[in-house]
Design a protein around this ligand. Structure first.
Ligand SMILES: Cc1cc2nc3c(=O)[nH]c(=O)nc-3n(C[C@H](O)[C@H](O)[C@H](O)COP(=O)(O)OP(=O)(O)OC[C@H]3O[C@@H](n4cnc5c(N)ncnc54)[C@H](O)[C@@H]3O)c2cc1C
Length: 455
């Protein structure tokens, strides 16, 4: 085998954490730098019947990319953009390319890679594919799955499959889920195969984008504005991000020249892209006024640099909350972050339900921010000790039951990993779980890939 397994404790310790708050020490580490070496690692692990968990940037919030069973296979060294065809608008990357780097590479050719996890400076394209990552601009662009044309994936045995979308406009052969095998691997959280390479479809870069930060005195008005913006024929947002008062306060800390209004109970950050024509600012202003926004405090972001700054502020919220997690561990506490989503018109009702549950259980209401346009907030709670963690988890479980009963999902973008396994059954029927297990058995009969994720 050309890539040896590393067992040095200090080296392994560098790969034990992600954004979940869990700390899992792998038995061995593999850091291949070519896809052929990845295959070697898998073949050697198969011979020794070792478990293998693939990892990219290790930014998972669910402990999906860390393990204490067998080999942690880091794909970060496989970081080459293999080719970009500006005419066909496609790009092929190895799995360890950082999402932001891949996007920059496409942008140099005037093209857009429409993946948008907030963690893009650290997450890899392989991780984004494995988690079917999405983000703020998924409102307009859709999720990672939509942009994957094909993948090269290595199975637990080391066998490599080169899979492409069939591209058929009509097809009646076989059950729908098996007609396109690419879809099995997208979102499979490392449990079915190790993604080696990905071919993406690209879009032209929009020629003009404007961003607006719209503050409100009442959170309900901010959420009403989001629903109206989605339903309006006058505007077409590519993102509609909501921040509650606590999230605005965190974002304000990161501002050199504070421009997100002080004391807002809710703020919506939105962007609209156009093919060159002026963005409909008057329509946005009218909509904001109709929903009692603090119009004098609306901030407009016209240049790319200004929009990057707005994105930095928005990203500061989860990054800061992530920082809070570390010190909680000593006393058995941790950060609990939710990833549920409901049909967007029900978001205000869902958040009100969550507040009621928090108040009844005597826990703090947490920090809420995220993709309101998709009915998809992130709520973050800080559990200072094991007892508080358990109370928060009880409230979260109750909320998830409500969410599923109202047409929502328990995990809209961060996947199930290890931390949210206990919630999957709220959404998946026994038949669905049995079908998933059957596929897992077929592709990974010994159950050696990413043990503990999903199942
Ligand atoms: C601050 C912050 C913000 C975030 N924002 C978003 C967001 O906006 N949207 C979003 O969707 N997620 C978000 N996340 C979660 C996370 O960043 C994404 O899920 C991301 O796609 C994970 O990529 P990664 O390279 O870090 O994967 P890792 O964390 O290393 O792994 C995640 C999963 O992917 C599997 N995996 C990784 N690489 C491969 C591979 N080559 N082949 C097979 N399986 C593989 C792992 O086994 C694991 O199951 C955020 C996380 C943080 C910390």
């Amino acid at each position: 085998m050309s890539t040896t397994l590393e067992r040095d404790l200090d080296l392994r310790r560098g790969f034990t954490t992600d954004a979940s708050g869990l700390d899992l020490l792998p038995d061995a580490l593999a850091r291949p730098v070519t896809t052929a070496e990845v295959v070697d690692v898998l073949r050697a692990a198969a011979a020794d019947r070792l478990a293998v968990t693939a990892a990219g940037g290790q930014t998972s919030t669910t402990g999906a990319g860390i393990t204490d069973q067998g080999v942690l296979l880091s794909l970060r060294g496989c970081d080459r953009v293999l080719d970009l065809d500006p005419v066909a608008r496609t790009m092929r990357c190895e799995a360890g390319v950082i999402v932001l780097e891949a996007k920059r590479h496409a942008a140099e050719q005037g093209l857009l890679l429409p993946l948008d996890p907030t963690s893009e400076p650290d997450a890899t394209v392989g991780g984004a594919v494995a988690c079917n990552a999405s983000g703020a601009r998924s409102l307009a662009w859709g999720v990672t799955r939509d942009w994957v044309r094909g993948i090269a994936v290595a199975l637990a045995s080391g066998e490599v499959l080169h899979l492409r979308r069939p591209g058929l406009e009509k097809n009646t052969v076989g059950y729908r889920p098996v007609q396109d095998l690419v879809d099995w691997f997208v979102g499979s959280e490392g449990t079915l195969g190790v993604v080696l390479e990905v071919e993406f479809t690209l879009l032209p870069l929009p020629s003009r984008v404007v961003g607006l930060a719209v503050p409100f005195d009442r959170a309900a008005d901010a959420l009403g504005f989001v629903v109206a913006a989605r339903q309006s024929g006058e505007v077409s947002p590519r993102c509609l991000e909501y921040l509650d008062a606590a999230a605005v306060a965190i974002a304000r800390e990161a501002q050199h020249d504070p421009h997100w209004a002080d004391g807002a109970e809710g703020l919506v950050y939105l962007e609209q892209a156009t093919a060159g024509e002026d963005p409909p600012l008057d329509a946005w202003l009218a909509l904001a006024e109709a929903h009692a926004a603090r119009t004098a405090d609306i901030r407009v972001y016209e240049s790319e640099a200004e929009q990057r700054e707005a994105k930095r502020l928005r990203h500061h919220v989860p990054a800061k909350l992530y920082e809070f997690s570390g010190p909680l561990r000593a006393a058995g506490g941790r950060r609990i972050s939710t990833d549920w989503a409901v049909p967007y018109p029900r978001l205000a009702e869902a958040l009100a339900h969550s507040r009621q549950l928090c108040d009844a259980a005597g826990i703090e209401r947490g920090v809420t921010f995220g993709h309101a346009g998709n009915g998809h907030p992130h709520q973050n709670f800080l559990g200072h000790d094991a007892a508080e963690v358990s109370r928060i988890e009880g409230v979260v479980a109750e909320q998830l039951r409500w969410v599923v009963a109202h047409g929502g999902t328990v995990a809209a973008e961060h996947g199930i990993g290890k931390l949210k396994r206990k919630f999957a059954h709220l959404q998946l029927s026994p038949t669905q779980v049995a079908l998933m297990r059957a596929v897992k058995r077929e592709l990974d009969p010994e159950g050696r890939l990413a043990p503990g994720n999903l199942f």
